[in-house]
Design a protein around this ligand. Structure first.
Ligand SMILES: [Zn+2]
Length: 462
């Protein structure tokens, strides 16, 4: 009986299909997604209307000419009924865009590429954009004068993206609130290495060139994506106890000079896991480049970049701590930068307390005395040019030290890893942090936040 009823249903469905043709979906009348996510410091960064889950980049780089060509396969979901959406891309020329396997029309004003869809997409439905592009990627000079984005080197290139530079080498939703996984296939001349984030999934010859295939299976903010192309000495080892692969790539000219600090990676990782909880990613490593290629070290996810003149014990601790605070728990907007830098700076203070006989209290008092730390409140950098200034780093660390004093060591060192664990691979804001600390400790800390986190007035005493 069951079978007979089923056949009748199938037959009637077939009859309906014959009569009406293919089933049609209700037509969606969407609206364009916004050209930015209204970041208080970087208003046009990122885009509204969709949320990216993964980027699959297939790239080819020719160092002598500086030409990069590639395709970006961007998998996203619409967060509204969508008729058009923007991608952020700096400099490179777009050859074509396909959306959900249909050719799409696009136009462009500066770094904003608007992609129009003839078939609109309903909220929640997939949006897959396949973008072909090429050109000579550019370097961006930030409001504070530092260089980021694509940096050409003697034998290759280095790509670092905080805060806006990743749009120099691939199109996407370049705001940290939209984290995604990444597959990066990059083909370079034989004899050169090409290193990106995550795990080296494959490496194979492509004609007389070499293709490297890197996979980042954990969500990453686009500013933490990196590429290093050139001659590097490669080493592989493993994170102590948990066993994730550790890949280091060191420019040959600085190999000897960097050996001592790099040898401390296992010790630092061990210490960090004790303080901050289990290491949040499937790989680690480091890139060391010669002096002059970059003016700062950067915590690029799973594989921080160090110019040799910035490679020291404190900076290693700082960039390792960022894997928890910044890369796994990522800021919601750039105003929350102290959640990255205050934590990484406080990690240095904690390391020196444990290893070098300098207490966090001493570091706190020294930071308190510095006028530069009182130029603005750490939770409120007034402009994009000040997002990496002293108050974000040192006064951010001072906030954590005050929290430690208010809660006591036992509660503070319980909350420190729990904050990372609770927000694993997600985003958090300053308000999320203060609410979390108050909830976990059961204390009202408003006076502390008002003075140390949001306040501009230097208190009379530390
Ligand atoms: Zn930092």
């Amino acid at each position: 009986m069951y079978r007979r009823r089923l056949s009748l249903t199938v037959i009637s469905a077939a009859v309906v299909l014959l009569l009406t043709g293919c089933p049609s979906y209700p037509e969606v009348h969407g609206k364009p997604g916004a050209a930015g996510v209204r970041d208080p410091l970087f208003g046009t960064l990122g885009n509204g209307g969709y949320d990216v889950s993964s980027y699959s980049l297939v790239l080819d780089y020719d160092p002598p000419t500086g030409r990069l060509s590639g395709t970006a396969d961007v998998f996203a979901r619409a967060t509204q009924d969508l008729s058009a959406f923007n991608l952020d891309l700096h400099g490179l020329a777009i050859e074509s865009v396909m959306v959900n396997n249909r050719k799409a029309v696009f136009d462009r004003v500066g770094d904003e590429v608007t992609v129009h869809m003839d078939k609109h997409v309903a909220k929640g439905a997939p949006v897959r954009a396949l973008v072909r592009y090429a050109g000579s990627p550019r370097t961006i000079t930030d409001a504070d004068g530092s260089k980021e984005g694509w940096l050409r080197t003697v034998d290759g290139a280095l790509a670092v993206g905080e805060p806006t530079g990743s749009m120099t080498w691939f199109p996407g939703n370049h705001h940290p609130s939209d984290k995604a996984t990444y597959d990066v296939k990059i083909t370079v001349p034989k004899g050169l290495q090409a290193i990106s984030n995550g795990v080296l999934h494959d490496r194979y010859p492509t004609g007389d060139r070499t293709t490297f295939f890197w996979k980042s299976a954990d969500a990453m903010p686009s500013y933490a994506a990196m590429l290093a192309i050139g001659r590097y000495n490669m080493t592989s080892s493993a994170v102590p106890r948990t066993g994730q692969p550790v890949v280091t790539a060191v420019a040959p000219s600085v190999a000897k000079e960097s050996a001592e600090v790099l040898a401390r990676i296992p010790e630092v990782m061990n210490w960090a896991a004790k303080k901050f909880g289990r290491y949040p990613f499937g790989a680690f490593g480091a890139i060391v480049v010669p002096k002059g290629q970059l003016d700062y070290a950067l915590e690029t996810q799973t594989r921080p970049v160090f110019p040799i003149d910035h490679l020291d014990e404190d900076t290693l601790v700082h960039e390792v701590a960022h894997q928890w605070y910044g890369n796994s728990v990522t800021l919601k907007t750039w105003k929350d930068m102290w959640l990255n830098e205050g934590f990484a700076t406080y990690a240095e203070w904690l390391w020196n307390e444990d290893y070098n006989n300098t207490s966090a209290q001493e570091r706190f008092e020294a930071a308190f005395a510095l006028d530069a730390n009182w130029e603005f409140a750490p939770a409120d950098p007034p402009s994009a040019a000040q997002v990496s200034d002293a108050p974000v780093y040192e006064r951010g660390a001072m906030v954590l030290h005050k929290v430690r004093q208010a809660l006591g060591d036992k509660t503070f060192f319980r909350i420190l890893p729990l904050w990372a664990q609770t927000h694993l691979h997600r985003n958090a804001s300053t308000a999320d942090f203060t609410a979390y600390v108050e909830k976990m400790s059961g204390k009202d800390l408003d006076p502390l936040w008002d003075t140390w986190l949001y306040g501009n007035e230097k208190p009379k005493s530390p």
